[in-house]
Design a protein around this ligand. Structure first.
Ligand SMILES: C[S@@+](CC[C@H](N)C(=O)[O-])C[C@H]1O[C@@H](n2cnc3c(N)ncnc32)[C@H](O)[C@@H]1O
Length: 202
């Protein structure tokens, strides 16, 4: 008997996202995280790492309004147009110097994920690297009191990721949104109340 591929074909959330004007179901993950921890306010400045097809960017831009700003980056083009307060960069987030365009940020988001290979350990390791890169960016470019949301595949490095997050953010939450597919081992680490940064010593 053939098993149904849970990633194949549109599910109820995918169809709902299209109806609501978002290119992907992932919007409901950010919506749930936002409902639980209150990430956005009008006028905020946001960085969205791994933004394609564009659902998180659209959602964040709605929340920060016309007075806010968002910089989005991805290896792949967006599948939606952003309102004028959003800017998209095509490229590898790890290789662009332009990430600080609207810094310091109130919120840094990373939904970055590697192309999965089927080798769970290898995929976890690559997801950990992307998470740690995003956290490094957030540590450098987030305002005091600001927030970070980062996706990571659950694995043996998860504790290390949490420890690093807590060095920079006073409040930590682990969120597995309801919209996450049951077979997925992704999880979101949320850091809030960015700690005061020490002045650089001469
Ligand atoms: C799950 S998707 C993001 C979905 C997006 N948050 C949305 O709501 O539309 C993950 C994205 O991370 C991107 N990505 C992975 N590694 C990246 C990198 N080094 N730089 C930029 N984007 C990257 C992938 O191209 C992919 O589009």
């Amino acid at each position: 008997m053939s098993k149904r591929n849970p990633y194949k074909g549109p599910d109820a959330n995918t169809l709902r996202a299209k109806r609501d004007g978002y290119p992907a179901r992932s919007v409901y993950k950010l919506e749930e995280i936002d409902r639980r921890v209150r990430l956005f306010r009008p006028g905020m400045s946001v960085l969205d790492l791994g933004a394609s097809p564009g659902s998180w960017s659209l959602y964040a831009l709605e929340k920060v309004g016309k007075g806010g700003k968002l910089l989005a980056i991805d290896l792949k083009p967006l599948e939606t147009a952003l309102p004028p307060s959003g800017t998209f960069l095509l490229g590898d987030a790890r290789e662009t110097a332009a990430l600080s365009t609207y810094a310091p940020y109130d919120v840094v988001l990373s939904d970055m994920a590697p192309n999965t290979s089927g080798n769970r350990m290898a995929d976890q390791a690559r997801s950990f690297e992307l998470f740690m890169f995003a956290l490094g960016v957030a540590a450098k470019l987030t305002k005091e009191g600001g927030s970070f949301v980062g996706k990571i595949f659950m694995g043996e490095d998860f504790t290390l990721a949490r420890t690093e997050l807590k060095k920079h953010f006073a409040t930590e939450k682990i969120v597995r949104p309801e919209g996450t597919r049951s077979v997925s081992y992704e999880i979101f680490l949320v850091g809030q109340d960015r700690r005061k940064t020490e002045p650089v010593k001469p």
